[in-house]
Design a protein around this ligand. Structure first.
Ligand SMILES: Cc1cc2nc3c(=O)[nH]c(=O)nc-3n(C[C@H](O)[C@H](O)[C@H](O)COP(=O)(O)OP(=O)(O)OC[C@H]3O[C@@H](n4cnc5c(N)ncnc54)[C@H](O)[C@@H]3O)c2cc1C
Length: 342
C-alpha cells in the first residue's frame, strides 16, 4: 500500500510515498519519527521540492501550530511554530499592526522551512527579521536554540542545508520586529511609493498583486517558484558579459562580486515556452519551470539540465538549482544531477 503525494507538494507530480503522517505536536513527531526506518522526509508545504520518483519511505507533514506575541517599548517578539503557513502568518502580523514582514507576502511554505533557504523577496530576507530558531534533534529527542548568527544565513543558504540537514526539525522560529518601522522600497514597483506616507498594508497589497501577475499559481500549473539561484560572478567576468549585453540587469554585492538574474539569462536563450515531455519553461517568468501537463520528475529534471546547458553555452555561467531534489531513497544532489556535459 502506498499513498499519493500529489497534493502535498506544489509541483503536483503523480508520485507516492510508502505512507504520509500528519504531525500536530512535538511529542507525536518524536514518537512517529523514531518508529519508522529510513528513508524519512519532513515536509512543510512541499513548495521547494522536486520528487524525481516515488518516495520509498515515510513522509511527515508538519502541522504543528501556534503563535505567541510579546513586546517591549521598541520591539515585537513573535515565536511561531514550524507548521504555521508563512503567508497566513504574514497576514496575521499586519492584522495585529505589526510591520516588517510585508515584503515577504505570498511566499508559499511553512514558517519552519523559512530559515532553511533564508527565504527572500522584494529586498528582504528572513535573516533581517529572525531572532532565533528552535531545533529538534529527531534521533535523541533533544531540543536546542540557535541564535540568528549561529544560523549562518546567506543567499538561499543556512546551516540547515549543512550541519543540521538530516534528522533535525525546525520546531519554531523567533522574530524580532522593530516598532520604528522602515519601509523597504528599493525593489521593483515598490519604488513608486513615498517612504513618508506608505503603509505596511500598501506594500503587502502591491507585493501580492505583482506576484499573482508574474508567478504561475501552483494549483493551475505545478511549480516550485524560482527553479535556479541567481548566479554571483566575479566583476571581471561581469564586465565581459556586459560588453556583449549592455542591458544586462545586475546587482553589485558587498564583496565586489555581481549577482545576475538567472531568469534574464534563461530568457536570452529564448527558452520561454520550451518543453520537454510535460515540463515547460513558464511563458511569463523564465526562472520558473512548470508541470505543464502530466509532467514526471524526470521531465522536469531533463528540462532543468537543458536550461542549464544552454545558459552555460551562451554565457559561460553555471546556474544551479534552488529547488531540493528527492529520489526514491532520499535527497539527491541537485547540482550534480543537472550538470551538463558540453
Ligand atoms: C509559486 C512559488 C513562489 C516562491 N517564491 C519564493 C520567493 O519569493 N522567495 C523564496 O525564498 N522562496 C520562494 N519559493 C520557494 C518556497 O516557497 C520556499 O523555499 C519555502 O520556504 C518552502 O517551504 P515549504 O514548507 O514548502 O518547504 P518544503 O518544500 O516542504 O521543504 C523544503 C525542504 O525543507 C525541509 N523541511 C521542511 N520543513 C522542515 C522543518 N520544519 N525542519 C527541517 N527541515 C524541514 C524539507 O525536508 C525539504 O528538504 C516559492 C515557491 C513557489 C511554489
Amino acid at each position: 500500500m502506498t499513498q499519493n503525494l500529489i497534493s502535498f507538494h506544489t509541483f503536483h507530480l503523480d508520485v507516492t510515498a510508502t505512507q504520509i503522517i500528519e504531525i500536530t505536536s512535538i511529542e507525536q513527531l518524536i514518537n512517529e519519527w523514531q518508529k519508522y526506518p529510513q528513508p524519512k522526509l519532513l515536509l512543510g508545504q512541499g513548495s521547494n521540492i522536486l520528487f524525481l520518483d516515488n518516495f520509498d519511505g515515510t513522509v511527515f507533514i508538519n502541522r504543528i501550530k501556534g503563535i505567541t506575541h510579546q513586546q517591549d517599548e521598541h520591539f515585537h517578539y513573535l515565536k511561531v511554530q514550524g507548521g504555521e503557513n508563512w503567508h497566513q502568518f504574514v497576514k496575521w502580523t499586519l492584522e495585529k499592526n505589526i510591520a516588517g514582514l510585508e515584503n515577504l507576502a505570498l511566499i508559499p511554505g511553512c514558517v519552519g522551512s523559512s530559515p532553511i533557504q533564508n527565504i527572500g523577496a522584494y529586498g528582504v530576507e528572513i535573516e533581517q527579521v529572525c531572532d532565533y530558531v528552535e531545533v529538534l534533534d529527531l534521533t535523541t529527542g533533544k531540543q536546542f536554540c540557535l541564535t540568528k548568527e549561529e544560523c549562518q544565513f546567506g543567499y538561499r543558504e543556512s546551516i540547515f542545508k549543512h550541519k543540521y540537514k538530516d534528522n533535525y526539525a525546525i520546531i519554531s522560529v523567533g522574530f524580532k520586529l522593530a516598532k520604528a518601522w522602515q519601509p523597504k522600497l528599493a525593489y521593483g514597483s515598490l519604488s513608486q511609493f513615498d517612504p513618508q506616507t506608505v503603509t505596511p498594508q500598501q506594500i503587502f497589497d502591491e507585493v501580492c498583486k505583482v506576484r499573482a501577475e508574474k508567478l504561475p499559481n501552483p494549483d493551475e500549473f505545478g511549480n516550485a517558484g524560482s527553479f535556479f539561484k541567481n548566479p554571483v560572478v566575479d566583476f571581471a567576468k561581469f564586465e565581459k558579459i556586459q560588453t556583449a549585453y549592455p542591458a544586462i540587469p545586475h546587482y553589485l554585492q558587498s564583496d565586489g562580486k555581481v549577482k545576475l538574474p538567472a531568469g534574464w539569462l534563461i530568457d536570452q536563450c529564448q527558452l520561454k515556452g520550451f518543453k520537454i515531455g510535460g515540463a515547460m519553461v513558464h511563458l511569463k517568468q523564465a526562472l520558473v519551470l512548470i508541470n505543464h501537463h502530466n509532467a514526471t520528475g524526470q521531465d522536469i529534471l531533463n528540462l532543468a539540465k537543458e536550461v542549464r546547458k544552454q545558459v552555460y553555452q551562451k554565457f559561460n555561467i553555471e546556474i544551479t538549482p534552488e529547488v531540493r531534489f528527492m529520489g526514491n531513497n532520499g535527497e539527491v544532489n541537485s547540482e550534480e544531477v543537472t550538470q551538463c556535459t558540453i
